[in-house]
Design a protein around this ligand. Structure first.
Ligand code: ADP
Length: 499
């Protein structure tokens, strides 16, 4: 193939980024632009969909300029996006009918409580693999139809379109011609039946959402359309898309059942590839579509941790115990252990496997000898303990053994954390050289569809490991630590509940 590069658009929650990758999957140039976070009411979070588009477009143009390449050198465009964030726009004007409702927005929490009270959550779990939570797009779309003046009438006439951010970007990139999404994004809407691979008519009826609004669902690696040449200067194929966490799983080359990645960011996202079979979770994890490729759909189990790197931010910003996140590594290494100190960062309750919204953060096991290093170390350890809890759930629910954990995200730079994680999991932890796994996944999906890469084997050959961490902690020490963590979690649970 004559072209040398792939353009990945990584549309995140706080910034839009564009990255150019070469054939070896290396980053040639990257550019990012933040955009506004809108908080119109407590618990509500919105984005201006036009600002998202404009920031994405600026970064795409800028990264092409920076890389100093000809537009003809780019083989295709791939998209990874913040998931679940909901846009509804008018097909005639191409304008959104209101701000995008962001995945974090809690405005439909009561609606979800009603769904649970009416026991519809069981059907939702069965059909979509998800839980009845305001996080997902379906209830957000219903909210728009029920609250934006004139929206329902327009929707009934077929003149409104619903989409997650992937759909919105493709619509804009294609010159307002193409209204599609991919399997991975569709599986986060709470409207898509992940077994039948269809928008679910019973759910649509329950949420009162007209099917005419919905995008067509396509594979994650497929030539969907071409970009309007007026936008980037050439009719580049748009040929890959996936929600950010699924894109990262693909970017980490977790192609086989059992392969697992964890992203250590503000929170953690742990995803295991479970192959062509959707695995039902008994511990409240999500069953989701990883991607559609090569004529089939593959699934994943997903567990998230609310507070991970955020506990380090808290040490820095609230406790003022550190100046930078990076210094925690050296501080933790100053001491042999946490001296019996445990931090349970249940600042917003606890997720899997405890599911306790009343849990609150705590520091336990303090003695007169506990010092700054012990606290910092306990904070880092809490990230690994929580990951271990979720990894146990994933292994249990999938029936698959975790033989390696591939990691990325900001906090994966911390060698102490990585080693401690390997020790707790008793599994190899692998950190790739290129941590841009989300954008890379989008590039890979797009590149495979246009023959830029011939197959997954070629992508596997691109994997360059930065460092591997092997378990080395004695068994008894590990058991004692895990027992201590369990006791600390028990003390934190139910704290907010007023009986
Ligand atoms: P997000 O995408 O969620 O914004 P990032 O992947 O950029 O997050 O990671 C940032 C998070 O990682 C922050 O919460 C920060 O505290 C944490 N972090 C960054 N570097 C380190 C480090 N060296 N050690 C521990 N935590 C770190």
């Amino acid at each position: 193939m004559a072209q040398k590069y792939l353009l990945a658009l990584d549309q995140g929650t706080t910034s839009s980024r564009s990255i150019i990758f070469n054939h070896r999957g290396e980053v040639v140039a990257s550019c990012s632009e933040p955009f506004d976070q809108l908080y119109p009411k407590p618990g509500w979070v919105e984005h201006d969909a036009n600002q998202i588009w404009n920031s994405q477009l600026h970064t795409a143009r800028e990264v092409i300029r920076q890389a100093d390449l000809k537009i003809g050198d780019i083989a295709a465009i791939g998209i990874a996006n913040q998931r679940e964030t909901t846009v509804v726009w008018d097909r005639n004007s191409g304008e959104p009918v209101c701000n995008a409702i962001v995945w974090q927005c809690r405005r439909t929490a009561e609606y979800c409580d009603r769904l649970k009270a009416e026991k519809f959550d069981r059907a939702l779990k069965e059909k979509t693999g998800l839980v009845a939570d305001a996080y997902f797009s379906g209830t957000k779309a219903a909210w728009i139809l029920n609250h934006v003046p004139g929206a329902r009438e327009k929707a009934e006439k077929g003149s409104l379109a619903f989409g997650t951010i992937d759909s919105w970007l493709v619509y804009k990139l294609s010159g307002c011609r193409t209204h599609i999404t991919d399997y991975s994004n569709a599986s986060r809407t709470l409207l898509y039946n992940i077994h039948d691979l269809k928008w679910d008519t019973e759910i649509l009826r329950r949420f009162d959402i007209p099917a005419s609004m919905l995008p067509e669902v396509r594979p994650s690696s497929h030539v969907y359309t071409v970009a309007d040449p007026k936008i980037l200067g050439a009719a580049l194929p748009i040929s890959g898309m996936a929600g950010d966490q699924q894109a990262a799983l693909f970017g980490q080359c977790c192609f086989d059942p059992g392969m697992t990645k964890n992203t250590y960011g503000t929170g953690c996202f742990l995803l295991m590839n479970t192959g062509t079979e959707p695995k039902r979770s008994e511990s409240g994890l999500l069953t989701t579509i990883a991607w559609g490729i090569d004529g089939r759909v593959e699934y994943a189990l997903e567990g998230s941790i609310f507070i991970a790197g955020a506990v380090i931010q808290w040490l820095r910003d609230e406790l003022k115990l550190i100046d930078t996140a990076a210094e925690t590594e050296a501080l933790a290494a100053l001491v042999e252990d946490a001296n019996g100190v445990y931090i349970v960062p249940a600042f917003v309750g606890l997720g899997a496997p405890y599911w306790d919204p009343y849990a609150r953060g705590s520091i336990l096991g303090l003695t007169r000898g506990a010092n700054r290093s012990h606290i910092v170390r306990a904070a880092l350890e809490s990230i690994a303990f929580q990951t271990k809890d979720v990894a146990d759930c994933i292994s249990h629910d999938s029936g698959l053994t975790l033989s390696e954990l591939r990691i990325d995200g900001g906090a994966s730079a911390n060698n102490f954390l990585c080693q401690f994680q390997a020790d707790l999991l008793q599994t190899k932890v692998t950190r790739p050289k290129i941590l841009e796994t989300t954008a890379r996944g989008a590039a890979y999906l797009a590149g495979l569809a246009v023959g830029f890469w011939k197959g997954k084997e070629e992508l596997i050959r691109n994997v360059v490991v930065d460092r591997e961490f092997f378990p080395r902690m004695p068994l008894v020490q590990r058991q004692n630590l895990l027992r201590g963590w369990q006791r600390a979690v028990d003390r934190s649970r139910g704290w907010e509940r007023v009986d």
